[in-house]
Each structure stands twice: as C-alpha cells, then as structure tokens.
Design a protein around this ligand. Structure first.
Ligand code: FE2
Length: 384
C-alpha cells in the first residue's frame, strides 16, 4: 500500500527563526495582508513581522480583527481588506485562529461565493501564498490543509479542507510564545496533545504520520508542565512549538477522531476555547476508544514511560488515560461546570451536538465507530 504525506513547502524553526526567514519571505509576494488579532498587535508580535517586511521593502496592510474562534463575518471583512489593499499574499500571525483565518481569506480570494458554501466540500482553487507564524504551541494550523471557521447563522464550527490551504511557509519561533499566559499555554498544549494521540490512533494513520505523532506526544508530555509553570523557559517553549508542529503534520495526514468531532460543537454553542473542550472530553473519549483498540493506546503509554513492559495492552492503555487525567489536573483544566456552563442548557443541546459531531466526519476515524447514542452518553458522562 502507498501513502501520501503533505506538509508546508518550507519550515523555518528554532531560535531566531523569524530573523532567519528574511530571504525566503521575499519570495512570497510584494504586498502582504497581515491577518491577526488585537492582542498580537498590542504585545508587539505583529511589529516584529512588520519590521522584517520593511527591511525587505515588502509592503503590508494589517487586518487585526481576528479572535481565537474566527467567524464567517471576519473572513468576509478580511477578503475585502485584501482586495482593497491590492495585496498579493497573506501572513497569519497568532494562535490557530489567525492562521485559520488567513487560510480562509486566501481560499475566498480565488474561489467564488462565501466561506459557508464550502462546508463539506473540498476547496479546490489555489489561494495566494500563505505564510503562517504561530505564537502558541497548539493548533498546528501552520502544517495543515484545514481551517475551522464558525458559521454564525447555523451556530456550527465548520471544518473546511483543501490541499492548497497548507501554508507555503511556516515560521516557528519560540520567542513569540513567551508571552502566552498560563491558561492559553494549557489549552493550546492539550490541543496539540489531542492532535498527536488522535493522529496515532486514527484509522487513517500511516507509518510516517505515526513517526510525527509519537515524537509530538513525547515532546508534549515532557514539556507542557514546564512551559505552563515557567512561561519564560525558552527550551520548553521551543519543544512545545516543535511538538505542536509535528502533531499538525501528523493529523494533517491521518486526521483527528472522536475528541475533535465532539469538541467543536461544545465550542460553537458554549464558547469554550477549543483546547479546553478537547481537554474536558479527553479521558472519557479515550475510555470509549480503547474498548475497540488497545494496542495503539498501549504503544503510546510505553513510549512515554507510563507503564511497564510487562503490562497487558489493556493495563497500559488504562495507564495512558490516567496520565492524561493527571496532566490535565496539573495544568488546571476546568470541568464544564467549573467553566460556568449551565447543565440544563447543555443537556437541551446534546442531540444537536451529537448530530453535528457525527456530521463533521471526525468520529468515524476512530477505530471504534461511535453511534449517536454513544456520543450522547459521552456528553452526559462529562457531568458525572
Ligand atoms: Fe485541535
């Protein structure tokens, strides 16, 4: 059997990556639309990029209205800004939301209609060059063909895909993540861990995606607590940035599974940050999936030293669940209740959430196929 692996054309990573990308960024275009959020402007990350552009005589406009969960409305405005400014390439700088928004804006420059028209379809026409500069170690959007945009009319998070949405250039500079606050470090770090564990245990996993997934899992388990406790630990930040990138490459090529499928509806309806809703579902979804596939979960437990070689696959897989629970506890992941969600309101929406989860297609990548009833039961179990 043959496999296909895709990743960004160029990845520049490590200390001073932004400075080192001086030459290559010149090949991207003559005028950039920088897609970002107001916080990125305020803390000076956007000005690090504009300095780089100015030193290369590259023009730019800044569109800084993107939040952590970009919407169709933000994309429409971004497309207008790109056209009004006569830009010819895009730079997404920030968390996954800003990079996803840059991709969606790019898609709508070369494709007709509105971003909402592309739900469930493949985006075919190639966007302008996209440069991705992540400032959190989490989403892995710098390495994927996916973009997640909220459809504000139907209250759903759309998972949109197109092979050409993979950035032409990804710049991974750990110094940009130093200012990320603890809560953000926790939520995004767990998102990256979810990507890597789901990629390794997906039905669509392949030998190379496995290599990236296992490496990511080890880096994240070894460094997320350190990055959470000491935000200025540049080594831990660098390892987390690399782990998130590897996890992005892994799931771009083998896809995510039940956790992401169930997580998006919680985010769309209750405004829970993506990484947090993943974390809230993590252990319960693993317990479900392990019943149908023990070996791959056991492999992970062995790789991270969570079990002994003598343990059965079942015992090793159970120990992985405990390890995930302990990590979530150490980085203070809240429950739905602690986050402030109303239980009655949650239960009223469970049926819609289960349908939206299944419609996304992600749950069917799980090696144990969940039914709608299974998904409903997992949602309910979050309140046990
Ligand atoms: Fe994610």
């Amino acid at each position: 059997m043959a496999y296909k692996i895709t990743m960004p054309n160029n990845i520049i990573y490590g200390k001073d990556a932004l400075k080192e990308s001086r030459k290559i960024i010149k090949q991207m275009g003559k005028k950039a639309l920088i897609v970002s959020g107001k916080v990125m402007v305020k803390i000076g990350n956007v000005s690090k990029v504009t300095e780089l552009l100015e030193s290369n005589n590259i023009q730019y406009d800044i569109y800084d209205e993107i939040t952590a969960e970009p919407t169709d409305v933000m994309i429409d405005k971004g497309v207008q800004a790109y056209k009004d400014g006569k830009c010819d390439f895009l730079i997404g700088i920030g968390g996954g939301g800003s990079i996803d928004a840059a991709k969606a804006i790019g898609a709508m420059i070369t494709n007709s209609g509105n971003i909402n028209d592309y739900m469930g379809k493949v985006i075919k026409s190639s966007p302008p060059n996209i440069v991705a500069i992540p400032t959190t170690a989490g989403a892995g959007s710098e390495a994927t063909q996916f973009t997640i945009i909220s459809n504000t009319k139907d209250n759903i998070k759309m998972l949109l895909t197109g092979a050409d949405l993979i950035p032409k250039l990804a710049i991974i500079d750990p110094s940009l993540a130093i200012t990320a606050p603890q809560k953000l470090t926790a939520a995004t770090g767990i998102d990256a861990l979810t990507h890597s564990i789901e990629a390794y245990t997906s039905r669509r996993a392949n030998p190379l995606s496995d290599t990236f997934a296992i490496s990511a899992i080890k880096r994240i388990f070894n460094n997320l607590r350190k990055a959470y406790r000491s935000g200025d630990d540049i080594e831990a930040r660098n390892e987390m940035a690399l782990g998130a990138l590897e996890a992005g490459i892994a799931f771009n090529n083998s896809s995510v599974t039940i956790i992401h499928g169930m997580s998006r509806p919680i985010g769309a309806l209750f405004n829970v940050p993506h990484g947090l809703s993943n974390a809230m579902l993590f252990a319960k979804c693993l317990e479900f999936a392990i019943v149908g596939e023990k070996k791959r979960f056991a492999d992970i437990a062995k790789e991270i030293g969570a079990c002994s070689i003598e343990d059965s696959d079942k015992d090793a897989a159970d120990k992985l669940v405990k390890e995930v629970e302990s990590l979530c506890q150490d980085i203070n992941i809240p429950t739905l209740e602690e986050f402030g969600i109303n239980k009655d309101e949650f239960f009223e929406n469970i049926d819609k959430m289960a349908e939206d989860a299944l419609d996304s297609g992600s749950p069917s990548n799980t090696r144990r196929q969940p039914s709608k009833e299974d998904i409903i039961n997992i949602y309910k179990s979050l309140w046990d």
